[in-house]
Design a binder for this molecule. Structure first.
Ligand code: ASP
Length: 346
């Protein structure tokens, strides 16, 4: 794109509360059409950007998101990649953190912004949070520095904060601050100005060609441990045919029961070749296997530390790594390093 061409942003509407309206008969909230959103936000025209939009058919509540849907979003971006400076994806908040995480691993060598946003109140509602979210997301998606994208990452913009997408978790189903990023402070905050944290933003080393990884493996389980968890329950999961990996959601800094039944069930799963990734149930802080007696055995038998990764990022990272048909050693190697800013290895 030459320096005189107009800055352009593609808005991709996938569904979610931002464009929902109440069905007059059932009174249930259902996605409505994109024109409605654009009509509600005439301020967007004032930017002077070339703004195009596409809407998925059908529009969905994001609780219905699945890997095929991520491929659909990624394909839309991939096909239009050279035509736009940035992309805004309007998406329901319920699974937005999963989608943002998935896209961050599916795209390699990303050099343009992909900003996901949505709202807690529909855009037609007088008190909606959707307008500010959409307007600032468009501004961020269009922002440049020396002719390059200012934020060439997959991000979530919500309630005045720009987060690295694969560091987020949905925290709030009521208030406007829907997302939390406990292990990575915002890449930008908006007030009177949008203040960017330039040294936190990841810039591609050189302009390598964009790659899209479209294969995702979904035979992966999330197992949240709790006091009293039985080895039978663990076995019921690990007996799943062809299970590739388990995200073991542990206590605190990666701690788990030390009784022989629990350890034996985990050892059994590892013996079948299942990769077990230790992810903390805490929203802030990191797994440190070997810090406490209650995690030393996990480390010894071959459970992999997830460091400070979120469950959303762990799941989608594993889906993409297995989808690439990497061998076990390569997968473990990649789990121990940051691919898209998702972990801080200790
Ligand atoms: N259920 C909605 C969705 O995720 C909630 C929202 O958009 O905030 O699609």
């Amino acid at each position: 794109m030459d320096e005189h061409s107009q800055v352009s942003v593609l808005i991709i509407y996938t569904g979610g509360t931002i464009g929902m309206m109440q069905d007059p008969k059932t009174h249930l909230l259902k996605p409505f059409d994109l024109e409605n959103i654009i009509i509600e936000v005439p301020e967007l025209k004032k930017f002077g950007f070339k703004l195009d939009h596409v809407a998925f058919d059908p529009l969905i509540d994001s609780s219905n998101v699945n890997p095929a849907f991520w491929v659909k979003i990624a394909d839309t971006i991939y096909k239009n990649y050279d035509k736009y400076n940035g992309f805004v994806v309007l998406h329901g908040t319920d699974t937005m953190a999963y989608t943002a995480s998935a896209l961050s691993f599916m795209f390699e060598n990303l050099s343009k912004p992909i900003i996901l946003t949505g709202s807690q109140l529909p855009i037609g509602n007088i008190r909606t949070d959707g307008k500010e979210n959409l307007i600032s997301s468009v501004e961020i998606a269009a922002a440049e520095i020396s002719g390059n994208a200012l934020v060439p990452e997959v991000c979530i913009y919500f309630e005045n904060k720009l987060y690295r997408g694969n560091r987020t978790t949905k925290l709030n189903a009521e208030y406007f601050n829907a997302f939390y990023s406990g292990n990575c402070t915002p890449l930008a905050k908006s007030g009177v100005y949008i203040n960017y944290e330039y040294d936190k933003i990841i810039y591609p080393d050189e302009k390598e060609k964009l790659k899209l990884h479209r294969n995702l493996e979904n035979n992966i389980a999330i197992l949240k441990i709790f006091p009293g968890i039985s080895p039978e329950l663990i076995r019921a999961i690990t007996d799943t045919d062809d299970l590739k990996a388990i995200i073991l959601e542990t206590f605190g800094a990666g701690n788990a029961p030390t009784d022989e039944g629990f350890i034996c069930a985990i050892r059994n799963a590892l013996g079948k070749g299942i990769i077990i990734l230790n992810v903390s149930q805490c929203l802030q802080g990191s797994v440190e296997q070997g810090k406490y007696e209650t995690s030393a055995e996990l480390e010894r038998i071959g459970v992999i530390s997830g460091y400070d990764i979120t469950t959303e990022a762990a799941l989608t990272k594993l889906m993409v790594l297995f989808g690439k048909k990497l061998d076990r050693e390569e997968i473990i190697f990649n789990l121990n390093k940051s691919i898209a800013g998702e972990i801080t290895p200790i």
